[in-house]
Design a protein around this ligand. Structure first.
Ligand code: FE2
Ligand code: FE2
Length: 148
């Protein structure tokens, strides 16, 4: 299997520290999963547990991000929540397959799909939140959300 390197880069930044940290954590969990899946050291049930940990973090992250978007009056929130809902549905479908105990090759393929969707969503949609923060009339929000 070719290992995909998931490097964090500033192009993924939303300029909201807590959201960026959660994104970095999700990428790290995906990377760990890619290492663990082909390994003989873990049982299928271990691998399913590690996958579910990633799913739990992703679902909690979607809720958190929606709360933040509401708090800052992000104008694209409805469309964004719709995208999260689509991801929730897709991840739910994949989770059923993973928990059905599919063959290793298929599991790896499914996890790659989750990875592609998440990265696409972060780079294409989550980063639009940054554009909203940097509007000329939004200095206060920038102060609030870019601090560490
Ligand atoms: Fe996100
Ligand atoms: Fe999002």
């Amino acid at each position: 299997m070719t290992e995909t390197v998931l490097e964090w880069s500033d192009q993924f930044s939303t300029d909201i520290v807590s959201i960026d940290r959660q994104h970095q954590n999700l990428l790290q969990l995906l990377q760990n999963l890619q290492v663990v899946l082909p390994s003989d050291d873990k049982t299928l049930s271990d691998k399913q547990g590690i996958y579910m940990n990633l799913v739990d973090h992703a679902l909690m992250h979607f809720e958190y991000e929606e709360r933040i978007m509401r708090n800052i009056g992000y104008p694209g929130i409805d469309e964004h929540i719709q995208e999260h809902d689509e991801l929730r549905t897709e991840i739910g479908n994949i989770t059923k397959k993973v928990m059905d105990g599919k063959e290793l090759e298929e599991l790896i393929g499914l996890v790659c799909m989750v990875q592609v969707w998440l990265l696409r969503h972060i780079s294409a949609s989550d980063t639009k939140i940054r554009d909203h923060l940097h509007r000329d009339d939004n200095e206060l929000v920038i102060d609030l959300y870019t601090g560490t």
